[in-house]
Write a protein that binds this ligand. Structure first.
Ligand code: SF4
Length: 352
């Protein structure tokens, strides 16, 4: 929803200022799916808004719900014709996390990622980013009843957490991502707390430092995945510009500014980064940063998007976790949700 357009519309139609608050509440807090549902407005005004304005900056092409109801994926067609994806995940009953995209495609070219294979098309505007959350609010509200009898009964229809972990590298579109965070945390609009938002980067060092200064309360996640430059170079081209040493320095500076926990993401790739030596290198890297109590390791099962890469088995993942523990590093094994709906970023958009 373009707030400036809405303000302009109210001005052009000589409507009193209090209408703005009324409309914003209906859209952002109540999750109405159309202007027609804002019954505090006159019928004429609702019709005029329906004809002249749009609530969302995209049309919904497809919504896929996983069999267990724990993940829902939406394919969205922007007005430019480009496709993006967003995923809603329920890690536990009553909790909904929305994973949102910030670009169409991505220039970073990580070898294990479907979006990386699409290449970069364009940046999303702040409106296109925040509209993904607006869409999920509307979706949860509309489908509230159908969730009430399921195992994943929801307490309310609000998204609880937001992660910038969909298509795109947030620090390559920082201006719009930063603007979108301001809109999401604006109490008159979405009203999310900064701590319920996480930004995930493939490891752009100056972006990490900028985020610490501009949004010290927003969570940071880093797609680390490899603890040797040789392997990281092979699978993540970002490492050629920002290698592990740059990442280490960026994290040291980050912790000088904020003491928020940082999440290190590590996808488990069979025979590639899941050996005892990899665990040792990972532990060494974590210790070299310092503030180990603020670094949390997430081991993630690989959601297969590449023919030549396979997920590590449960046993190997467990052994890897135990190796880390031998080096006094705790890690959480994250379940991969929604494989049958191709929930990994870029899997659907890349096919259309
Ligand atoms: S993993 Fe993230 S940064 Fe890497 S190509 Fe995919 S979307 Fe881009």
């Amino acid at each position: 929803m373009d707030i400036e357009k809405l303000q302009q519309f109210l001005q052009d139609n000589n409507l009193p200022k209090f209408r703005l608050g009324q409309i914003q509440k209906a859209i952002f807090a109540d999750g109405v799916s159309s202007f027609g549902e804002i019954t505090t407005l006159s019928k004429d005004l609702r019709e005029k808004m329906e004809n002249e304005m749009r609530l969302l900056s995209f049309d919904v092409e497809k919504v896929l719900v996983a069999n267990d109801g724990q993940s829902i994926k939406a394919l969205l067609k922007l007005h430019s014709g480009d496709l993006i994806e967003t995923v809603l995940i329920s890690p536990k009953p009553g909790v909904w996390s929305a994973c949102i995209s910030c670009q169409v495609g991505c220039a970073m070219g990580c070898r294990f990622c479907a979006t990386g294979k699409m290449g970069f098309k364009r940046d999303l505007t702040a409106e296109e980013i925040t509209d993904q959350i607006l869409f999920w609010r509307q979706y949860l509200k509309k489908n509230f009843k159908s969730f009430q009898n399921s195992k994943f009964e929801i307490q309310n229809y609000n998204v609880g957490n937001i992660v910038y972990m969909g298509m795109g590298e947030p620090f390559n579109n920082w201006e719009n991502v930063a603007e979108s965070i301001k809109v999401l945390t604006d109490e008159k609009l979405f009203g999310f707390g900064s701590r319920s938002i996480s930004v995930s980067t493939s490891g752009i060092a100056d972006g990490i430092e900028r985020m610490a200064t501009e949004f010290p309360q927003v969570n940071l996640a880093i797609s680390l995945h490899f603890a040797s430059d040789e392997k990281r170079d092979r699978f993540m081209p970002v490492n050629k510009k920002d290698n592990l040493e740059n990442l280490r320095q960026a994290l040291k500076k980050y912790f000088q500014i904020t003491t928020r926990k940082v999440f290190l993401e590590y996808i488990m790739l069979d025979g590639i980064n899941d050996t005892a030596l990899d665990a040792k290198l990972l532990a060494d890297f974590i210790y070299s940063i310092g503030n180990t109590h603020l670094l949390h390791m997430n081991l993630i099962r690989y959601n297969m998007t590449s023919e030549d890469l396979k997920p590590s088995s449960k046993t190997r993942t467990q052994l890897f976790k135990q190796e880390l523990e031998k080096h006094s590093i705790n890690a959480t094994i994250r379940k991969s949700l929604g494989e049958e709906i191709e929930a990994a970023c870029g899997q659907l958009a890349g096919k259309n």
